[in-house]
Design a protein around this ligand. Sequence first.
Ligand code: NDP
Length: 293
Amino acid sequence: MQLLDGKFASEKIKLEIAAEAADFLAQSGRKPHLLAILVGNDGGSETYVASKMKNCEKVGFQSSLIRYNTDVTEEELLEKIREINSDAGIDGLIVQLPLPNHIDPEKVTEAIDHRKDVDGFHPVNLGRMMRNLPCFIPATPYGILLLLKAYGIDTAGKHCVVVGRSNIVGSPMSILMARNANPGNCTVTLTHSKTANLKEIALQADIIIAAIGKKNFVTADMVKPGAIIIDVGINREVSETTKSGYKLYGDVDFEHVAPLASWITPVPGGVGLMTIVGLLKNTLASAKKEIYP
Ligand code: NDP
């Protein structure tokens, strides 16, 4: 078993991003600028946003955070998004999910100018991804592609089973793994909660990408020896043994699956770190007008 080490790969790619950001600053007189909106103070969201901001500083980007209380109205939020859309000094805009129930996440996603949608959630970016056109690829699937690339994993001709069909992870991941590219060129099976015989399907996988949101969902009896395992899950549990007061678990039973796998991502230290790299790369590409000139 070998680790697909998100820390190692992300640090290496961040050095490249930092060098490009320095060039951009020298040429344009400004830094790439990512703005995040955070509504409420959900523990997970706080951690993710703080990490995104910290990583922006690390690679020489400017970052800004706008906070709202959970009682912010949908219209107030949409108005702020429209204001940021027309601010030429901001390259990337992300709204951290989940949002309170009275705010429609679809309206928020569509309100973001697709040219600043560095999370890659806007229908225009997803549509362009489907057609293999330049676009912002959703940050988590993008990060997974970068991780596979960093380790030179040849995915062509392999059977990739994606578990979970969310708009932000599972569904785009299935499309990216099937397309004619490297990484890609897989035969893909996209599975979800209504899938019959998931265990039998998973056992046929050369690559399993687990994005379910359930601790230890993928067990050793679902994994073919030699399979490549990508664990997207981040499940937080309160813990008295850690300084932060919680512990993170993936969707894969790492302890029992790792001995069977050829390659496996740890949690933490795997896909989460690569998601941030995907976000940074999209923000840099936006600043440099590489996707939408
Ligand atoms: P969603 O809750 O949006 O989607 C979960 C998917 O899992 C759904 O498609 C659901 O099926 C499927 N599912 C649920 N139960 C089962 C089951 N018993 N058998 C098969 N499929 C099942 O989650 P996300 O995609 O947003 O996130 C998934 C996980 O990844 C979470 O732990 C999240 O925290 C984490 N995450 C990590 C990121 C990172 O950077 N590492 C980034 C984003 C998410 P159905 O559609 O039928 O309901």
